[in-house]
Design a protein around this ligand. Structure first.
Ligand code: FPP
Ligand code: MG
Ligand code: MG
Length: 337
């Protein structure tokens, strides 16, 4: 599926709606806290983000309409579509909140090609701005009047935290699961869950059948897993990610490329175990990973996840939005930033 040529550009198809998402977020963040507002808006104003989550949610909401049984809801399509757009905004705000906290934890200098919020405003305000975003997004979520959506999005927030904590700890020492399995689970919590659960929440707001909701959840989950695998590959390659390079190794993190290079270069196991802490470890690990099949294998796994996302969404009836979701999954694995 991955090589099927597709006409529809996912970003083009919903360009106007994405502009409206950005505008709306700025309004939501308008506040009586000028400092928090300034910090939070710093992120959205410069607009360097990929907006992959809102794009996914809006396209999915559109694609699901083709699968709707006539008269299965009393709500108007306009009402449903407005609430789904709000959910896209909420998801982007939660994601951004997690990045504000993440850049503090990672002590990052750059984000989206510019100085990170923690570097410009300091760590304390970065954390508070993240909390502010979470609070505002929670109010918006409550106003959608869907307990199920609240539950799904709260679960995703819990998973963001859980994934981050998993990442700080060593892989399961009791040997119940392999380090690679631990890494994949962490990826689900860190990245897959917000994408999967926000997709489901959008479809729940649309009052779609459980089958349509399930397929949307699967699409978001696989897209998220593909996205994170590529993110981890780009950490080794990325010249234009707008983020620091080799940040994972420098933080002592073993992601897919190095985990999958260990068999070929067993010395990497020692480096992973000591979190690349000796001098020269980072350079040696980067060099060996580059020589190994680790990067290609990681990319192959990302392609498999993208294919699974595509398989799920192809079970929806044909529509331009569905084609755009196929294209989006292809773009996620071919992206270079
Ligand atoms: C980016 O990962 C970070 C995440 C996907 C999640 C971070 C989650 C938290 C800090 C928990 C707190 C959550 C909330 C909602 C406040 P990365 O550091 O691997 O990626 P990067 O290269 O983009 O920095
Ligand atoms: Mg980070
Ligand atoms: Mg991080």
């Amino acid at each position: 599926h991955i090589n099927t040529p597709m006409e529809s550009d996912p970003f083009e198809l919903i360009k106007d709606k994405i502009v409206s998402v950005s505008e709306s977020i700025k309004t939501i963040l308008g506040s009586d806290h000028p400092v928090l507002e300034a910090v939070a808006k710093y992120f959205f104003e410069n607009d360097g983000g990929k907006k992959i989550r809102p794009t996914m949610i809006l396209l999915l909401s559109q694609a699901a309409e083709a699968a709707r049984d006539v008269d299965n809801t009393d709500k108007s399509i306009e009402y449903i579509s407005a609430s789904q757009q709000r959910l896209a905004e909420i998801t982007e705000m939660i994601h951004t909140a997690s990045l504000l906290h993440d850049d503090v934890i990672d002590e990052a200098d750059t984000r989206r090609g510019m100085k990170s919020v923690n570097k410009v405003f300091g760590s304390k305000l970065s954390i508070l701005a993240g909390d502010f975003l979470l609070a505002r997004s929670s109010i918006c979520l409550a106003r959608l009047r869907s307990l199920e959506a609240v539950e799904l999005m709260s679960t995703a927030i819990e998973h963001l935290v859980k994934g981050e904590v998993m990442q700080m700890r060593h892989a399961d020492k009791n040997g119940q699961i392999t380090p690679f399995e631990y890494y994949l689970r962490k990826n689900y919590y860190k990245t897959g869950s917000l994408m999967a659960n926000s997709c489901r929440a959008a479809l729940v707001l649309g009052e779609h059948s459980s089958e349509v909701c399930e397929l949307g959840f699967a699409y978001g989950r696989h897209l998220g897993l593909a996205f994170q695998l590529i993110d981890d590959v780009l950490d080794y390659k990325g010249e234009n990610t707008g983020k620091p390079m080799l940040a994972d190794l420098k933080a002592g993190l073993a992601t897919a490329p190095v985990l999958l290079a260990q068999e070929e270069f067993p010395v990497l196991k020692d480096l992973v175990a000591r979190k690349f802490s000796n001098s020269g470890d980072i350079e040696l690990a980067a060099e060996l990973v580059e020589k190994s099949v680790g990067l290609q294998k990681s990319k192959d796994l990302a392609i498999i996840q993208a294919e699974l996302a595509i398989l799920a969404i192809l079970q929806y009836p044909p529509s331009p939005a569905r084609d755009a979701l196929v294209k989006l999954a292809q773009l996620v694995v071919t992206r270079s930033k």
